[in-house]
Design a protein around this ligand. Sequence first.
Ligand code: SIN
Ligand code: NI
Length: 280
Amino acid sequence: MSDPEPPSDLADLDWVDEPVTLDRDACARFDRDGFVLLRDVLPAEKLARIGEEITALTLALNEEDRPLEERDTYDRAFLQVMNLWRHSERVKRFVFGRRLAGLAAELLGKDGVRLYHDQSLYKEPSGGITPAHADQYYWPLSSDRTVTAWIPLQPVPEEMGPLAFFAGSQHAELGRDLPISDESEATIRREMQAQGFPLVQSPFALGDVSFHAGWTFHLAGANQSDRPRSVMTMIYMDKDIRLAAPTNSFQENDRATWMPGARVGEVVDTPLNPILIDKG
Ligand code: SIN
Ligand code: NI
């Protein structure tokens, strides 16, 4: 008989549940711009420690082995691994943390949120651009009450590709039908300029976290440094959100993979979509 798995030591991660107060105008900015960048939300040293574990797990689980020059634009942007929480008790503790989930609920103006999925985005040294897109193109969900927390695991200066947002674009309809591609990059950039949505970009320090709504158009530059840009993300959704009928093959795949067993028209209440915070 094999030994049982040793219990993980989670006590040093208690900080992930400690609430923080939102700046008074953060919700208004989120409503107006479709994103907020919150400075110094997580303790840098502690984040660096769990960040190393997240990065190591990402590299261990990653299945991409083609050199950068053999990949298309999307696959050059980053290595991506989803639902790391299912592979490590410590990462699960981080992903389920109530501090960021609480901020997500507050920004969405909802009592509670569920996890859609987590996603590690590791932009390799010389990794390419993240083309302009809106995330919710991929998600068969009944409302726009979704938000992604983008959590760099080291500082992200300009040359490493910090996430950048087209402020106010969450209400723009054109470009919502485009998957991440060279075409989305060209079309959305052109449309955003034509419609007057400014691109807002700034470096991230370790501990800074941005939150962007599911329909906010965003992009990231290439990683021009010789260091990886490792980022963890958590996608949160209103706890009462329902499964919508998928409108493209990506949504069909998301439904089956990230919400298995959910039924169209019903609340997305599956074991993979736990409620992380509920103040209702
Ligand atoms: C990135 O990390 O470069 C992209 C993140 C996102 O599209 O949400
Ligand atoms: Ni995105």
